[in-house]
Each structure stands twice: as C-alpha cells, then as structure tokens.
Design a protein around this ligand. Structure first.
Ligand SMILES: [Zn+2]
Ligand SMILES: [Zn+2]
Length: 224
C-alpha cells in the first residue's frame, strides 16, 4: 500500500503537524528570509548582541524587544514561516506519514477526555469553519477574562502560557492586560466556569449558545 501523504484525513487539532505545503518561500527580491532578517538585525547593534548572547534562541526577553521593532518582527516572522514550510517540505515521505499516523493514533486515544472535548468545542465555536457564526461568537458574547481574536494569517508569537513560540492565527487576549495572550488550549484548560461567558456556563452547543443569547437579549434587534 502506498503511504498516505495527504493531510486532509488528520483531524483538525493535529492537521498542522502533518500539514505539507509546497509554496516557494523566497521573498520578493529573491533573498532568503533568514538573510533578510539578519541584515535587518545588524542595524540594531544592541538587539543583535542580545540575540547572540541568547545563542539565537528567541526567549521571552528577545521577543519583547523584537515586538518593539515592527519591521524587525515582521522579518523574523517571515523567517520562521519559511523554516516551518522548509522543514515540512524536506521531511522524508515515510517519516511524514509515520508522524501523521502517530498523531492520528494519539488523537483517537485521547479525543474523549473532557479537557480535549472542551478545547475542541471552544475552538470550533470561536474560530471554526463557519466563518460567520464564529465571528458572531467572538464579537457578541460577554467575556469574563479573555476575548477571542483571530488574525488573517498565522504568525509566530511567543506564548507565555506554553513557554514557547507557536505558529497560530487564533488566540485569547486578556481583557485586563491586552499584551497578554493565551493559546486556545491553555484558555480551555481553565475549565468551563472561566471559559464560558457569564450566563452560558451550562451550555455545550453553539445552537444552545445562540438560543441562550436570544433569551438574555430579548427584542428583534438582538437576533443572532
Ligand atoms: Zn504550511
Ligand atoms: Zn498555551
């Protein structure tokens, strides 16, 4: 049997793991993103030294400094994106299919655990495939501690909750401190009580959420 290399059959939470993408990633002037970033970095001598001292690893401090320089941050994210695709592209087909199989086995072994069910449900309500409904859930529901935010494209960001950089499009932004973000996994990990909006704690379906919204906000203008 020929190994399956298509990523479509892997369930959503693990799809990016086996995801393969064959786009050419050199930037518009044909330069490698790695080079472009280093050239830019050298024009910030102090940051360059910090970066070297951290042995090119981006820890929390380096990320904070990078974030203060939008142009440099963009170059770094460009570079990380390139590496992401590069790594996947040059993975051997067999290795790629093995890691896909492993991810699938892991998914099926753990998919019924409450914490994973919760993570999946919350993700699908706020960042799901139904773009319109997800946007509605992101904007209309009263949030307790964090608001769901979605960017147009995936970017590399440092997530303090995970202690590492992650390549994502969706996150939860703290209401009290807008510079603080939680990934969906760590947001959902805090339990239904904190994760669900006020008055929706017992609801477990999007249909139920919309019904509850109508009950809590009577009147024609508030129809979801
Ligand atoms: Zn990709
Ligand atoms: Zn996290």
């Amino acid at each position: 049997m020929t190994p399956r290399t298509k990523s479509q059959w892997i369930p959503q939470p693990f799809r990016s793991f086996a995801h393969s993408c064959f786009k050419s990633q050199a930037n518009s002037d044909g330069q490698s993103p790695y080079r472009a970033f280093y050239q830019k970095l050298k024009t910030y001598p102090e940051l360059y030294e910090t970066f070297k001292a951290a042995r090119s690893r981006i820890n929390k401090e380096v990320w904070a400094k990078l974030r203060a320089e939008p142009e440099l941050l963009r170059a770094k994210q460009e570079e990380l994106r390139y590496h992401h695709h590069h790594r996947i592209r040059f993975k051997d087909v067999e290795v790629r299919s093995k890691s896909g199989t492993r991810a699938l086995a892991h998914y099926h072994a753990h998919k019924h655990e409450e914490i994973l069910v919760r993570t999946r449900l919350i993700f699908s309500w706020c960042f799901g495939v139904d773009v319109e409904r997800s946007a509605w859930a992101r904007e209309k529901l009263p949030r307790k501690t964090h608001c769901p935010v979605q960017q147009h494209e995936r970017t590399y960001q440092f997530y303090a909750c995970c202690g590492m950089q992650r390549y994502m499009k969706s996150a939860w932004q703290s209401i009290s401190d807008p510079s603080e973000f939680l990934c969906n996994k760590h947001y959902a990990e805090r339990g239904w009580n904190l994760a669900m909006p006020e008055g929706y704690v017992d609801v477990r379906t999007l249909k139920g959420i919309r019904k509850r919204y109508e009950e809590l906000n009577p009147g024609p203008s508030s129809k979801p």
